[in-house]
Write a protein that binds this ligand. Structure first.
Ligand code: AMP
Ligand code: ZN
Length: 459
């Protein structure tokens, strides 16, 4: 299988390079000053899908995801570090803030069945790595020390600057987000800080050859990706908002260090809206995975709901769509346990291997077209194929929906199973009065029965 992904830089599908059967991946991780919202999780899920698709085809994937716990400034013109701002709001130590939200991040990933990356390096523990890269950039004349004691990257030194975002240097207006500094400290307004002088700041600062200070955000990802992935990244993942300036600047830094194109494919996930609006604290519509769980939904229902949309399209998440995904998940899990018992596969050890479906395989290969995979599964469900379970389980290696969890099946008694079967037959034979009476009996036993065009589901 050859996985092709849409590369933001070349604006076309590119096959993922797998030298010696291996691929390196880097995904920009969370800034741990608050819980990740479902939009952030959509982007982290994208890295998981790519990594699963490669793993299934036998490629050894090394995935690194950083933890930004220093240096990410607020998105307005004030130079406030997001972690320090939150630490003063919660009145606790900034490192405690970082560790608290980092733990929550890992918990959310596990609940969404996102496989663990190989490493989660923290910015605050990679200061030396970043400093040595900054020194190298100065030596290569790609960076300089400003009169304010901060070290800046010289944007003009980067030949291909702007090729990723199509923002040309001569068209950039002064004073864009994230980059303010003392007047005259930078040679050019679009240069950015690699190392920032501490100034009045006393927390989360480190000594350096240029004085006490802290690292910029963009250098963090160059340092971690190149140093931990052997100076080349095959697939780099992040949300679309990071294309500029974060990734454009990362590319300039990394290419200056390696002397060639340091990232092969730049993959960007589109943004997630919630109930038609951008998720933002100020408008009060930030949705967390915990909110989904608190409403009684399986966290994997969110995963399924996100997969109903192509990662490259903007998506509007609604409570209705989460509820529909939850019902579909229950239905499929229920059906898979029924199909397994029909095939005499109740013992998990006996379960036969998955069977490849060419349509699903081609949807995966073609830029991970998850809506197409789900459409195909719906068709398989309605078909009279005899290997439905095996085909579903093939897709589930990528989808990660625990389709064989059989939650309901485990809780069903023999009596419930019998009644469900009898009711299925009654419905097929359009004996509606019998079906209604059986529903009452099942409800008395504590089951909730729902009838859908594809059959009855229970929970
Ligand atoms: P942050 O924790 O803010 O650094 O963001 C972590 C990741 O989530 C980055 O890759 C962002 O691009 C991504 N991201 C932020 N907001 C959204 C959103 N609404 N939908 C999808 N991804 C997002
Ligand atoms: Zn990054």
């Amino acid at each position: 299988m050859t996985l092709r992904l849409y590369d933001t830089k070349s604006r076309e599908l590119k096959p993922v390079a797998t030298p010696n059967g291996a691929t390196s991946m880097y995904c920009c991780g969370p800034t741990v000053y608050r819980d990740a919202h479902v939009g952030n999780l959509r982007t982290f899920l994208l890295a998981d899908l790519i990594s699963r698709a490669l793993t299934v085809s036998g490629v050894a994937v090394t995935l690194i995801q950083n933890i930004t716990d220093v240096g990410h400034m607020s998105e307005d013109f004030q130079e406030d570090d997001k972690i320090l701002t939150q630490a003063s709001i919660e009145k606790i130590d900034p490192f405690e803030i970082a560790r608290k939200y980092e733990a929550n991040f890992h918990k959310d990933l596990a609940r969404l069945n996102i496989k663990k990356a190989h490493l989660y390096p923290k910015a605050s523990e990679s200061i030396e790595m970043m400093q040595s890269m900054i020194e190298e950039l100065i030596k290569k004349d790609a960076a300089y020390l400003g009169i304010d004691g901060s070290v800046y990257f010289d944007a003009h030194s980067s030949k291909g600057y702007g090729e990723l975002s199509r923002n040309r240097l001569d068209a950039l207006k002064p004073g864009h987000k994230h980059e303010t500094s003392q007047d005259g400290a930078k040679r050019f307004h679009a240069d950015w800080a690699l190392w920032k002088a501490a100034g009045n700041r006393s927390q989360m600062v480190w000594p350096s050859p240029w004085g006490i200070g802290f690292p910029g955000w963009h250098i963090e990802c160059s340092a971690m990706s190149l140093k931990l992935l052997n100076s080349h990244v095959d697939v780099h993942v992040g949300g679309i908002d990071l294309r500029f300036p974060h990734h454009e600047n990362e590319r300039a830094q990394s290419n200056a260090i390696t002397g060639n194109e340091s990232v092969d494919i730049w993959v960007h996930g589109e943004h997630l809206l919630f109930e038609g609006r951008k998720m933002s604290k100020s408008s009060g519509n930030v949705l967390l995975l915990q909110d989904v769980i608190d409403r009684g939904f399986d966290p994997i229902a969110l995963r399924l709901c996100l997969l109903e949309n192509r990662y490259r399209s903007q998506m509007d998440l609604t409570w209705k769509s989460i509820e529909a995904a939850n019902e579909l998940l229950l239905r499929w899990r229920g059906k898979i346990s029924v199909w397994a018992s029909e095939e005499g596969l109740n013992d998990p050890v006996e379960v036969d291997p998955v069977e490849i479906d060419p349509e699903i395989q081609s949807a995966i290969e073609n830029d991970i077209d998850t809506p197409k995979i789900l459409l195909r599964l719906r068709a398989i469900e309605k078909s009279d194929l005899r290997n439905k379970r095996s085909l579903f389980m093939y897709a589930d290696q990528i989808l990660g929906l625990h389709l064989d969890a059989g939650v309901e099946e485990k809780t069903l008694t023999a009596q419930m199973k019998d009644l469900l079967n009898v009711r299925d037959i009654a419905r097929n034979e359009k004996r509606w009065a019998d079906s209604d009476q059986l529903r009452v009996q099942l409800e008395e036993l504590g089951l909730i029965i729902k009838d859908t065009p594809e059959g009855q589901t229970w929970s």
